[in-house]
Structures are given as structure tokens and as C-alpha cells.
Design a protein around this ligand. Structure first.
Ligand code: UTP
Length: 475
């Protein structure tokens, strides 16, 4: 039996009283019937049982461990001999429909500041194709190549779920069979006042909530039924990708085949990485610890580790996480069912607009005033017995769009896409114009439907040359 809305709110408010959140009771007292219902729904996101420990964590954050016990992790590179075997294994999995793509697209994309889900952002240099469309094309090409469905699971948040679904509908699912695409929203977490640890109100009748991090995907897959959906359809592993990388190889048979190779992998969690570009690059790095492999966030690396070089003068901690993983479906279930205790919370100090009951308005702070809590998907690594770490080339697979300008922006990404595709065309015999600095002096775009690897251009009709400043669109 479910409780009445009034009882439901009363239960929340009892918990609020017990957890010293009296301002929530005052907020409820000032509301009419509808407002109380809205507040009650918002309070559903509060993990009351864990609230005291979360406030303790905010008051005294756990300091990252020192570097004394960590080593660079064991990894493999794609040019090693096992590649063709891995490819066959991956292709066999794809041919029997055992692989799904899983995209985390629930983030707020605050750095990019795009008005809408990040997947709707125009990402390619000539046609401005949206990020969702690029992934759809990769999936559709794989379905054609392997003759079996590659299901696509997309995690949204309650903030962008409706817009995401509408975008797919408006674009007729980019030619995919719509029954192959499943959307599900992730969980939300309340923001806390950085000084007092109190839960923050964003309006008179609602908490300040934000998505609970890509690590929230384990729980969200379980709660939403997406996990069961996969299991019932014979999906054995998922290819995990973020929404923000136009070059991501969302369906890579070699990587999937390595992940499924029982001689070197437990088939639980595998990752790709690229060599860190420079000591100041803001990426997490894979490290080996006595507890197993993990990702050490850039902010926890410390200057000494970030710039440490090995005997060959290379950065010692070079395995940069590009957020491309393969996860076994039973592993996802194990972590999801393990519940909240398995994955730690990460704290981020952010600016969050707050409702002021005295002034009866929402106030935007000048400086960070709040703590947001997020879980990270790779924090499941310590529970993996044999992870596979595959080195890939940045130029081929990693051109993320995170920022409005500069590093990891739409502009830098477009440049990398042009450069890669120009290289492919050159090696296929096309004369590609270059400027004095060696950069490509042309507008080039190749759809993933045409080529996702250099070899895919073999047999494609290509011009002899591109004019300086000219354009070549293979779409
Ligand atoms: P980022 O860490 O880049 O965060 O997410 P973001 O929210 O997109 O952007 P900023 O930090 O606010 O500027 C990496 C990937 O994880 C997804 C994002 O959608 C992106 O694909 N993500 C992030 C989620 O799905 N949920 C989250 O709660 C956070």
C-alpha cells in the first residue's frame, strides 16, 4: 500500500527534523497544497539514511592517498599480435547481437553552456552534425556490417530527458529502428550549503538537485529496468561512451574482443586510454594500487606526480582516461545490487542559485557556495579482478567537446576531426592541401557511415585532390 501524498510529505519532514533540516519544515509550512506536493517530490531525492554521513564527508572530506603505493598500470597497445584474434572475437559477439552501446548523456554540460542536451550540439566541421547523430551513424554502420542489432541505451537526467526524446523523435531516430533505442533517467542528488552542510532550496517548493554523476548509471540501469531489458535480449556486454567525443569508436570489435578474452580479462570492466598530452592536462590517469587499478583524478594527482617523468623522459603517469569502457552485464548487476556503499562520493565546490525566503527570490551567488556530490563510473574498478587497459591513439579516437573555447572546445575538436580525416585521405592517395605549419588547408568531413577506420576508405570513390581552401564532404 502506498501512503497518501500528505503522509508522504509528513514522513519526509519527520526525517528532516531528525536530520536537523528544520528550514525544510518552515518551507513546507509556507506552501499551499500544490507547493507541498512539489516539495514532497523533490524531497524524494534525499538519501535520508545516509544524510548524516554525507554531511560528515562534506565537513571533513577524505584526503586522497599519497602516491607511495601506486604504480603505472599494466596495459596493452593495439599493435600487439593478439589484435586479429581480438577482432574476430569482438566481431563474433557483434554478429550475435551480444553488444549494446551505452551513452551517458545526463550531465549538465555547464562548461559548454549549450542550451539543450549536449547530444544536440553541432559537432562536425562542415555540416554541424549533432553528437547524437554521429553516434547513431556509428551504430547503424555496425549493424550493417555485422548483420545484427546493436542496441543503444542512453542515460538522461530528469532535466534533459524530455528534450532528448523529442530530439530523437524529430530526427526520426536518425534512421535507427526506434525500438532499439532505450532512454532512462539517472538519479538526482541534493546540493549542500558548503558552510553549514544544510540541504539547499532552489525555490520555495524545491531542493537544488543535480544529476548524481555518471557513476549513478549502475543504479539507474537497475532501477529503470534497462539492465533487465539487456539481459532478456541477450546483451552480454556494453560499450560505454560519453556524449562529448565526436571521434569515439562506439563499436570497436578489437576492444570488445580484448575485453572478452578470458586469458587476460575478467570480462568485467575494460578501458581505453591515450598518452597524457602534457603535465598540465586535466584528465584522470589510471594507476595500479594494492587494491587494484583505479583512476586518479587530475585534482588528486598533485604537481609532483602530474609532472614526474620516467627514465625515457616520458610522463610516468601517462594513461589518460578517455572514458571509453567495456562493461560486462553481470558486472553491472553486481555493482548496482551492491548498493550505495560500493562507490564513493566525490565532492565538487560549485555555484548554485539558492532560494531566499526572506527576500522571496532566488539568488545567484558570486562565488562557489555549494557542494555537489557525484559518483564516477570507473570507481567500480577496485571490484574488477582482471581489467584490460588498451592504449589507443589520441589523434584517432579522442577529440572531446567540453569548453566554449580553447582546449577541448568545438573548435579544437573540429580541427582534430579535419586533421584525422585529411590524413586518411592522403594515405588513400588524395592530394590534401596543407599550410606552411603543416595544418590542413581545407574543410573536410567524413561521416562514420562512410568510414570509421582508415581502411574503410578503400573502394570509396575519392577525388585526386582537394583545392587549397576547398571542401570535401563524404556523407
Ligand atoms: P562531464 O564530467 O564532462 O560533465 O561528463 P558534464 O555535465 O557533461 O559537463 P560539465 O562538467 O557540467 O561542464 C562526462 C560525461 O558524463 C555524462 C555527461 O553527459 C558526459 O557524457 N554525465 C555526467 C552523466 O551522464 N551524468 C552526470 O551526472 C554527469
Amino acid at each position: 500500500m502506498t501512503d497518501s501524498p500528505a503522509d508522504h510529505l509528513a514522513t519526509h519532514l519527520e526525517r528532516a527534523r531528525a536530520c536537523d533540516q528544520l528550514h525544510l519544515i518552515e518551507a513546507a509550512d509556507a506552501l499551499d497544497h500544490d507547493g507541498r506536493l512539489t516539495l514532497s517530490r523533490s524531497l524524494d531525492a534525499v538519501p535520508w539514511d545516509d544524510l548524516d554521513s554525507l554531511r560528515g564527508l562534506i565537513a571533513a572530506p577524505v584526503i586522497a592517498e599519497s602516491s607511495s603505493n601506486v604504480q603505472p598500470p599494466h596495459s596493452i597497445s593495439a599493435d600487439e599480435a593478439s589484435v586479429s584474434e581480438a577482432r574476430e572475437r569482438g566481431e563474433a559477439l557483434l554478429s550475435r547481437g551480444a553488444v549494446a552501446v551505452f551513452t551517458v548523456a545526463g550531465g549538465q554540460g555547464t562548461r559548454l553552456g549549450w542550451n539543450g542536451p549536449k547530444g544536440t550540439f553541432p559537432a562536425t566541421p562542415i555540416t554541424g552534425k549533432p553528437l547524437f547523430a554521429l553516434l547513431a551513424e556509428r551504430i547503424s554502420a555496425a549493424e550493417g556490417r555485422y548483420g545484427a542489432p546493436v542496441r543503444w541505451y542512453i542515460m538522461t537526467s530528469i532535466e534533459n530527458d524530455a528534450q532528448t526524446r523529442a530530439f530523437f523523435r524529430d530526427n526520426r531516430f536518425f534512421g535507427l529502428d526506434r525500438s532499439q533505442v532505450q532512454f532512462f533517467p539517472q538519479g538526482m542528488m541534493p546540493a549542500f550549503d558548503a558552510a553549514s552542510g544544510q540541504l539547499l532550496l532552489a525555490g520555495p517548493d524545491r531542493l537544488a538537485l543535480s544529476p548524481d554523476g555518471h557513476g549513478g548509471s549502475y543504479g539507474a540501469m537497475l532501477r529503470s529496468g534497462a539492465l533487465e531489458h539487456m539481459e532478456r535480449r541477450g546483451v552480454a556486454l556494453v560499450s560505454y561512451v560519453q556524449i562529448d567525443n565526436p571521434l569515439v569508436r562506439a563499436v570497436d570489435p578489437v576492444f570488445l574482443g580484448l575485453h572478452a578474452d578470458e586469458t587476460q580479462s575478467s570480462g568485467e570492466f575494460s578501458s581505453k586510454f591515450v598518452g597524457r598530452a602534457h603535465a598540465g592536462e586535466k584528465v584522470g590517469v589510471f594507476v595500479e594500487t594494492p587494491e587494484g587499478m583505479l583512476v586518479r583524478e587530475y585534482s588528486d594527482l598533485g604537481e609532483a606526480m602530474a609532472s614526474e617523468v620516467d627514465g625515457a623522459g616520458q610522463l610516468r603517469w601517462r594513461a589518460a582516461n578517455i572514458a571509453v569502457h567495456a562493461l560486462g552485464v553481470p558486472f553491472i548487476r553486481r555493482i548496482a545490487e551492491g548498493g550505495t556503499s560500493l562507490l564513493p562520493w566525490h565532492l565538487a565546490h560549485k555555484r548554485v542559485s539558492v532560494w531566499c525566503p526572506k527576500q522571496k527570490m532566488t539568488i545567484k551567488p558570486e562565488a562557489p557556495n555549494a557542494i555537489k556530490l557525484e559518483r564516477f563510473v570507473f570507481d567500480a574498478l577496485p571490484w574488477v579482478s582482471k581489467p584490460v587497459l588498451l592504449e589507443v591513439q589520441r589523434e584517432e579516437e579522442f577529440a572531446p567537446i567540453k569548453n566554449v573555447a580553447g582546449e577541448d572546445s568545438a573548435e579544437s575538436s573540429a580541427k582534430m576531426q579535419t586533421s584525422l580525416h585529411g590524413d586518411w585521405l592522403e594515405s588513400a592517395g588524395v592530394r590534401v592541401p596543407r599550410n606552411s605549419a603543416g595544418g590542413i588547408d581545407a574543410h573536410i568531413e567524413i561521416s562514420p557511415k562512410i568510414a570509421q577506420w582508415r581502411e574503410d576508405l578503400d573502394g570509396v570513390g575519392l577525388p585526386d585532390a582537394i583545392e587549397p581552401g576547398g571542401e570535401l564532404l563524404l556523407n
